[in-house]
Design a protein around this ligand. Sequence first.
Ligand SMILES: [Mg+2]
Length: 419
Amino acid sequence: MYGLADCNNFFVSCERVFQPALNGRPVIILSNNDGCVIARSNEAKRLGIKMGHPFFQLDTLIKRHNIAVFSSNYALYSDMSRRVQQTLRSICPATEVYSIDESFLNLQGVKDEELDAFGHYVSAKVLKDTGIPISVGISHTKTLAKIASKLCKQYPKLRGSCYMHRPQDIEKVLRKFPVEDVWGIGRRFSAMLKSRNISTAYDFAQLPLDFVRSKMHLGGMKTWYELHGHPCIEFETQIPDKQQIMVSRSFSKELDTVEDVKEQVALFISMAAEKLRRQRSVCQAMHVFLLTNRFRHEQEQHYDNRLVTLPAPSDSTVELADIAVRTAVQLFRQGTFYKKAGVALTQISPKESVQTVLFDEIDREKHDKLMTALDKINEKQGQRAVVVATAGFDGIRMNRNHLSQNYTTDWNDILEIHC
Ligand SMILES: [Mg+2]
């Protein structure tokens, strides 16, 4: 049996843990730069606010319904996600982190007659340990477990867990479940299926397998088998390392001085290098790009990027920042207003498999020690306590006018209770 634990309205739930007064009130979370809505509480969904809704169009609605608005606070969300995963790992035989708010649970060893109670236990335990409400779905395959977890969200009387195993129950659910919401179907296939009058998961499961094979290939066949209760999507406990690490942002105000651009690029490369070290990898190439605001038609439009190959594989912020900043200076054009910049680290490989370069100009051992110290200090003192000088101390030039505190990752932001 497979389980799926999905956090309910995850970003909103994270904010509510530290501000319980938000319970029952409509809440929305905005994308980087406060551009559009990326998460909604159930109350906000009921008001008709859609994912991706532009924030500037919501003024009236926000005032009329007293909607609480937050800029996305990823430091808080990823730390809360880590806490949820920690609890899941402590009670399940094995887990597979699928995304920031979803984990698959391997339930081997849990007896069939105990699965229902176990699901409810997992749900209650995560709520108690972290304050985050979750929906646990349990069924024969990962695809069915996902459907079962969605049911929990629709029916509060399931109390956070749904064990869906009897064939007649599964059929009843699939007959009502929209085909586009089935894991693995996606937007690409749902249009084709709908044009053939296939609108529910049940309709899809009734299709001849030959048809599925010819139109949707292996991925579609796997989904078909999974809906019939035959597991085809394996359990992965090892998350594959990222093959590309990209950090890019739009700025709140356009940047037109080389100093500002240098500072932002140094900041992005520092963030990317930190991620690289966290997965114990090195990179041998990087991409740096700058771009103007494509909506400002009156301005000269400019997009430029450069791929730089490094003399030797590296994970040192000092070395990478030096190269990235020099590249950005070469790309920078005087009199141009830049709206966005980014860096991407590529040709990534595990650090231990690296071949050393004979005439290396860099003392790798020294850099390694420095980076270990840097990561330790930043982990303890909060992000960016120590930075490379080029990155400055101002942070990213982003609009984050509705940001909550970093309650769990920054000593200065710890929750205060006034009695
Ligand atoms: Mg979720």
